[in-house]
Design a protein around this ligand. Sequence first.
Ligand code: PBG
Length: 327
Amino acid sequence: MTYPATRLRRTRSAPWSRALHAETTLSPADLIWPIFVSDGHDVVDPIRTMPGVNRLSVDRLAGAAREAVSLGIPCIALFPNTQPDRRSEDGAEALNPDNLMCRAIRALKDAEPGLGVLTDVALDPYTSHGHDGLLTEDGRILNDATIEVLVGQALNQARAGCDVIAPSDMMDGRIGAIRAGLESEGFDLVQIMAYSAKYASAFYGPFRDAVGSGGYLKGDKKTYQMDPANCREAIREVELDIAEGADSVMVKPGLPYLDIIRMVRDRFEVPVFAYQVSGEYALIEAAVAAGVLDRDRAVLETLMSFKRAGCSGVLTYFAPLAAKLLG
Ligand code: PBG
């Protein structure tokens, strides 16, 4: 049927009708809120490159946990800004049962036991060179030796009470090793959300500022993170991570990779998540500060685009704002 029998504007003509015909929904339950943690007491430390986002000390996390629950946000993701004197070549602080991450997990679980806690597994917040893995003297990443440390890091976080382990390091074989480690210690219900298709991206800059690793980073992460030119390779990464025991997979960054999300969604039955990363946050905030975008509308539109592309949920620094707008 063509015009005038078909007029697509009919169903768009009133708010009730638009609500009825919406193909995609977005709710606070779709959101994971990433939070940066730092040492100290009563600290709310603004992150220069992410206006509106602060590093919080552990004693401030109970408040954030209550806010998440009251807004209907089901899960918080934690990222530690490790003190410089606790960073080392081998990232050993990642294995310390009393490190910032473990204290943060316990604080969240004490405050709100029903709130999901997701923790990053990768060595970059703990290494003096800012890489996610162990390095040889000549600066190569040691894949298999790194995995051993990552398993220890994941177990350390599981013992502290986290619900979801999210390996973001992109080493080959780490999902299987971490899954085996979790099983061997009886953490059979701890989930793994694999950063499966994580690209070597320019959009992580503000994050590295937030966790304090950027200043240390020598070189780039292109020998482990994916080439932005590739999509079939993302399918292989996802396939392997599912086979190794991932419960869900992630595509990262978000907006520049919506095609990857859609492809993964169409090929696999596993839940897919997107990470709207720090650079995407900074981009919107810069446009808002310049007076060229309406923040609320831009945020909800980008989050809806992830759902439309097939995501089960989204990690976003806008989680509290979006939950308020949707609530
Ligand atoms: C660390 C990690 C990064 C992010 C999440 N985990 C940065 C990186 O790989 O350098 C980026 C998140 C963001 O930019 O918001 N492995």
